[in-house]
Design a protein around this ligand. Structure first.
Ligand SMILES: [Zn+2]
Length: 309
C-alpha cells in the first residue's frame, strides 16, 4: 500500500492578497517538490468538495452559510486583519475540508495506510463559530468528526506540530473525552492559547508549549516525553495530523528553529503509534509553513516518510 496524496487546483485559487504569507505559491512549491522521482508511487487523487452536512459536524450551518455567503465576486473580503477571502476562497475551503474527509474514508476503507492532504486554506485556527488566523473551516476537526459519525470510530486523535497552537481544534475537542488534541507550539505566540494547564475535560488536551528558539532537541523531547505517551495511552482508532511546517528555522513567522529532518523524525514517531494502535491509519493535512523552500523540503520529507509505511 502506498500513500494517497489529495489536492485540488482550486486550493491555489484562494488568494488572501498581495504580501500575505499564506499565498498560492505555498501549494505550488509543495506540489513541485512532490513531483520528483521519489514520489511516483503516490496515489494522486483530486479532493472532492465537503458538503454542508459534513461541515455542520463542526461548524453550525448558519456560520457556514455566512462565510460562504461573504465570498466576494471580485477583490477581497476581510474576516479579520489576518484572514481574507478572494473569489476562489469558498471553493478552496470546501476542497480542503473535502480532502481530509476523503482521506479518512480511503484510509478507513483500507485503500492506503495513510494520506497527505496538500490543501489550503489551513484550518486549525478555525473555531466552530469563528474563522480566523488564515483559516476558514477546520478541515482536520471535520475529518475527525466524520470518522466518528460516518464510520463509527470511537476515539480519534489529532496531533498538531504547526508552530502555532490550534485553538480551533482545541475548542471543538476540549469537552469530548473521545477526542484527543495534542500540540507542540511556540508559546507565547499567536493565537495565545495552548498553555500546559489547558487539559480539557479528561486530560484529552495535551499542550506542549515551547519557548522561542527551543530547537530540535526540545521539540523532540516534548514529542517523546509528553505527546507520544498520551497518544499511545489514548489508543486512537485513527490519527490525524495538523502538519504545519512553520516551526522550521527558516520560517519568517516564528522562531522555534526546527530542522527539516525533524519532520521526518516526528512523522516516524507518529507512524509507530499508528502502527501499534490503529493499523497504521494516519491522515495528515497541511496547515502553516511560510518559507517556500523550507516548506517544500519539509513537506517532502513528511510525505516521503509516510510512504515508507
Ligand atoms: Zn502556523
Amino acid at each position: 500500500m502506498t500513500t494517497i496524496l489529495y489536492s485540488h487546483p482550486a486550493c491555489i485559487e484562494h488568494d488572501p492578497g498581495p504580501y500575505h504569507p499564506e499565498r498560492p505559491d505555498r501549494l505550488r512549491a509543495i506540489m513541485a517538490a512532490l513531483d520528483g522521482e521519489a514520489f511516483t508511487a503516490l496515489d494522486r487523487r483530486e479532493a472532492p468538495r465537503a458538503d454542508a452536512a459534513q461541515l455542520a459536524l463542526v461548524h453550525p450551518a448558519s456560520h457556514v452559510e455566512r462565510i460562504l455567503g461573504a465570498v466576494p465576486t471580485e477583490g477581497l473580503v476581510h474576516i479579520d486583519p489576518d484572514t481574507a477571502m478572494s473569489p476562489g476562497s469558498g471553493e478552496a475551503a470546501l476542497r480542503a475540508a473535502g480532502a481530509v474527509i476523503a482521506a479518512v474514508d480511503a484510509v478507513i476503507a483500507g485503500e492506503a495506510e495513510n494520506a497527505f492532504c496538500a490543501v489550503r486554506p489551513p484550518g486549525h485556527h478555525a473555531e466552530p463559530m469563528r474563522a480566523m488566523g488564515f483559516c476558514l473551516f477546520n478541515s482536520v476537526a471535520v475529518g475527525a468528526e466524520h470518522a466518528r459519525r460516518a464510520h463509527g470510530l470511537g476515539r480519534v486523535a489529532v496531533v498538531d506540530f504547526d508552530v502555532h497552537h490550534g485553538n480551533g481544534t482545541q475548542a471543538f475537542f476540549a469537552d469530548d473525552p473521545d477526542l484527543l488534541y495534542a500540540s507542540t507550539h511556540q508559546y507565547p505566540l499567536y493565537p495565545g492559547t495552548g498553555a500546559r494547564e489547558e487539559t480539557g475535560v479528561a486530560n484529552n488536551l495535551v499542550n506542549a508549549p515551547l519557548p522561542p528558539g527551543a530547537g530540535s532537541d526540545a521539540f523532540r523531547a516534548a514529542i517523546a516525553d509528553r505527546i507520544l505517551p498520551a497518544l499511545d495511552a489514548f489508543a486512537p482508532e485513527l490519527i490525524l495530523v495538523s502538519a504545519g511546517f512553520d516551526a522550521h528555522a527558516d520560517d519568517p513567522l516564528a522562531g522555534l528553529e526546527l530542522e527539516t529532518g525533524d519532520y521526518a523524525w516526528v512523522t516516524e514517531r507518529l507512524m509507530e503509534v499508528a502502527a501499534a494502535r490503529c493499523g497504521g491509519r494516519l491522515v495528515s493535512s497541511l496547515e502553516g509553513g511560510y518559507d517556500l523552500d523550507a516548506l517544500a523540503a519539509s513537506a517532502a520529507v513528511h510525505v516521503g516518510t509516510l510512504m515508507t509505511s
